[in-house]
Design a protein around this ligand. Structure first.
Ligand code: ZN
Length: 212
């Protein structure tokens, strides 16, 4: 199994998709997109430790637990892939978001980077060798023991294969690049001292993160 240090150091790019779960789009008052809504997180925002803190003055930070895919080969723009072997690993990650700031930037029609791509904004929870995606899987996030988010692969508007093929319409992917597949509903603010537990019973994954 690949170590998270390696995953973090080999990621050249992190592609993240917004509104890939209808219920989460609704909770933020957003329309369902007619094609995947891509944004990027900087590789410099990756972290994988058991404790994280965030830069001050970003306002409220929300967790977004997401299914993450790691690209397993160099894939050229303009091609398409049909085999899930294009992913080498998959697992759980949190897309931390400065929500109030993001809303403000969206209203001003400015890019979101300041709200999505700060230090420690992309936490790697667990990664396992990629398995049969068609089998489906569940994942969840508990905040201080309370269930907040519950995701299921079949609730994604765009499947992992649809997402990778959509990216390949406009950019080449490199081995080690990471894809965040969107957040299920239930996002909420984190506070210093919070313990977030991410898990996937179907895949036997569990990990805790403390916010400091
Ligand atoms: Zn997200």
């Amino acid at each position: 199994m690949v170590a998270l240090e390696i995953v973090a150091s080999e990621a050249r790019a992190i592609y993240a998709v917004g509104r890939n779960y209808a219920a989460h789009a609704a909770e933020l008052g957003n329309d369902i997109p007619t094609q995947p809504l891509w944004f990027m997180k900087s590789a410099a925002s990756l972290c994988f430790g058991d404790r994280v803190s965030f830069p001050k003055q970003l306002g409220p930070i929300h967790f977004e637990l997401e299914w993450m895919l790691r690209v397993g080969a160099d894939l050229e723009c303009g091609n398409s892939v049909a085999d899930t072997a294009c992913f080498s690993e998959m697992g759980l990650a949190i897309d931390f978001t400065a929500r109030k700031l993001q809303t403000q930037l969206k209203e001003e029609r400015h890019p979101w980077d300041r709200a999505k791509s700060f230090s420690n904004a992309c936490w790697l929870g667990c990664m396992i060798p990629s398995t049969d995606l068609a089998a489906g899987f569940r994942f969840m996030l508990h905040q201080n023991g309370e269930l907040r988010q519950k995701g299921a692969s079949e609730l994604m508007l765009y499947t992992p294969m649809e997402l990778v093929n959509d990216l390949l319409k406009f950019i080449s992917l490199r081995k080690g690049d990471l894809i965040l597949t969107g957040t299920p509903e239930g996002v909420a603010e984190v506070c210093s001292g919070d313990v977030l537990r991410v898990s996937s019973p179907t895949l036997g994954l569990i990990r805790e993160l403390q916010i400091t």
